[in-house]
Design a protein around this ligand. Structure first.
Ligand code: PEP
Ligand code: MN
Length: 342
């Protein structure tokens, strides 16, 4: 259920509506929009008695939200959300006219490796650097990431190059540390339905980049975002990274039809990861072009200066020169859509 406030409703009127909802035993989550605020009612198992709410000052109407997700739905907030990430080089926006570029190695291996890639990624024009200090690996014998020393290297990258940092938390324990160092907390595909992690990320002050699970439906994906938002963190960026299909010519099948599907139902920004989405270096550029053409709000690309010796995901990591070319090409495609790369 949604209580739609008048465009000129005062903060006090919104607060009074929230108090009334809570006195009825439900949770009230105000969602401010460009023109008006809507108050979302959650925690109700059945229909809410709307009579007394609709009569309150500043209220336009109460409407039932038919979708299982509410806070992330366009029914609740019509205009697209822009998630702004402040970096020393300026804000990076996800969800507006800009298309955000996020790049870096799959894993932080050494300070030298991180610096070598960061330098090139910055030169190419990206302002967000992504690298994992905690890696969710299929095998327990594969490189698991450097842990906190990796986060410290990321902090040095931020300091030295002015790049914002995107890095993954794999459990509640690592999230405690990640949120201290990162500008954006990544939740990986394998954790898309780790509900306690999603709730913990929802209590963080940092924006969350949520990757689609490898077999998640659209509703499951949006419900995962809802977990984060329901705890009060509305800065969620979705990421399509491919799903499991019958195709065996790629690691995953990049489901680009997810982008317009999400944009129709949700106001949240959505980016594309063509690296995990294909698993093959030579497919990263063509799928990046396609992702921008289809309307993605950003790209997440794995770049390594020596991919053949990378400790994880070398086969899908592109070289810095290839990343330069990628940015050049997607900038032209963005121009056709009257969007810019940032
Ligand atoms: C990653 O981003 O390095 C990663 C492990 O991706 P995913 O969670 O999409 O598999
Ligand atoms: Mn990877």
């Amino acid at each position: 259920m949604l209580v739609v406030m008048q465009s000129h409703a005062t903060e006090e009127q919104v607060r009074a509506v929230c108090q009334r909802i809570e006195s009825l035993g439900y949770k009230a989550l105000p969602v401010p929009g460009a023109g008006r605020t809507a108050v979302c009612i959650t925690g109700n198992s059945g229909p809410v008695d709307i009579g007394s709410l609709e009569a309150m000052a500043g209220v336009v109407e109460c409407i039932a939200v038919s979708k299982p997700y509410k806070l992330g739905s366009r029914d609740v907030k019509e205009e697209s959300t822009v998630v702004r990430i402040p970096t020393p080089l300026g804000d990076v926006a996800f969800g507006g006219r800009d298309i955000a570029m996020v790049a870096g190695p799959c894993a932080i291996e050494t300070r030298e490796q991180a610096f070598a890639v960061a330098e090139r990624v910055k030169k190419a024009g990206a302002r967000l650097f992504r690298g994992g200090a905690y890696k969710p690996r299929t095998s327990p014998y594969s490189f698991q990431g450097l842990g906190e020393p990796g986060l410290k290297i990321l902090a040095e990258v931020r300091e030295r190059f002015g790049l914002g940092i995107v890095t993954e938390a794999i459990d509640n324990e690592s999230l405690e540390l990640v949120e201290k160092y990162a500008d954006v907390i990544q939740i990986g595909a394998r954790n898309m339905q780790n509900f306690s992690l999603l709730k913990r990320a929802g209590r963080s002050q940092k924006p969350v980049l949520l990757k689609r699970g490898m077999s998640a439906t659209l509703d499951e994906f949006l419900m995962a975002a809802e977990y984060v938002m329901s705890e009060g963190n509305y800065n969620v960026i979705l990421c399509e990274r491919g799903v499991r299909t019958f195709s065996d010519h790629t690691r995953n099948t990049l489901d680009l039809s997810m982008i317009p599907a999400v944009q129709r139902r949700s106001h949240l920004p959505i980016v594309v990861d063509p690296s995990h989405g294909t698993g093959k270096r030579h497919k990263v550029l063509p799928l990046s072009r396609a992702a921008v053409a289809v309307g993605a709000d950003g790209l997440l690309v794995e770049v390594h200066h020596d991919p053949d010796r990378a400790l994880s995901d070398g086969m899908q990591s592109i070289l810095p020169d290839e990343f330069d070319e990628l940015i050049r090409e997607v900038r032209q495609i963005a121009g056709v859509l009257r969007r810019t790369i940032n």
